[in-house]
Write a protein that binds this ligand. Structure first.
Ligand code: PGA
Length: 250
């Protein structure tokens, strides 16, 4: 049985004092869940967040990293740097990074490899635009993105990856894919992984849904057979609301 994994993506929000207060309020609300709980926070919050989740069941992730180990890359942070302060997860290839910061399938693939080499667990985002959806290309786009992201990885790496299927038209818009639509897309991603890496691998990969997840739709989405939890943006900024999402099965 795959675990449900629910990750918050704070994006460029929350100052350290707000992050500390959030964790103080949020941790007691999710302490009894069996689901995996992750907060992906801005770089400037990482250290404070890590200190404040000690003795809780909350894990901490970053939202991006560079694929090189070190060197003249002003403003960048490497996988080794994240690992050195005990960060566990890292979001790679979020659509906002693909759209605004020239992230490509190639850089996503390099970053995933660097993350694994340094013992970080990648949360890899794939998803189609509204145009691509309307042209009937959703499955082609997301299975291609998945295949390119995973190229050259070992079976062990693929089965320990987290994929977040996030239709771009659903991110921050209040529009959510229906649970059937999300399930179809996620099932197609799992089938693609099965074709390339075999069923033993594909049945272990965690595949989340993301895009306007809230407490009012989380249960319906996360109870679909292939949807293993969610990557949550806006609704992860409020402790009570995010806790309700984490506790969708209570
Ligand atoms: P949203 O963002 O929940 O605010 O739509 C999700 C994401 O971008 O990961």
């Amino acid at each position: 049985m795959r675990k449900k994994v629910i990750a918050g993506n704070w994006k460029m929000n929350m100052l350290p004092n707000e992050a500390i207060k959030f964790i103080e309020d949020f941790a007691p609300l999710v302490k009894d869940t069996e689901n995996e709980v992750i907060l992906c926070v801005p770089y400037t919050d990482l250290f404070y967040a890590l200190l404040n989740v000690q003795d809780t069941n909350i894990k901490i992730g970053a939202q991006n990293m560079h694929f090189e180990k070190s060197g003249a890359y002003t403003g960048e942070v490497s996988a080794q740097m994240l690992k050195s302060i005990n960060v566990e997860y890292v979001i790679i290839g979020h659509s906002e990074r693909r759209q605004y910061f020239n992230e490509t399938d190639e850089t996503v693939n390099k970053k995933i490899k660097a993350a694994f080499e340094n013992g970080l667990k990648p949360i890899v985002c794939v998803g189609e635009t509204l145009e691509e959806r309307e042209a009937g290309k959703t499955i082609e786009i997301i299975t291609n993105q998945t295949q390119k992201a995973l190229e050259g990885l070992t079976n062990e790496q693929v089965e320990s990856i987290i994929i977040a299927y996030e239709p771009i038209w659903a991110i921050g818009t209040g529009k959510t894919a229906t649970s059937e639509d999300a399930e179809n897309s996620i099932k197609a991603i799992r089938d693609k992984i099965s074709q390339i890496y075999g069923q033993n691998v594909s049945k272990r990969v965690i595949i989340q849904y993301g895009g306007s997840v809230k407490s009012s739709n989380a249960k319906e989405l996360f109870e679909m057979p292939d949807i293993d939890g969610g990557l949550v943006g806006g609704a992860s900024l409020k402790p009570e609301e995010f806790a309700k999402i984490v506790n969708f099965d209570k």
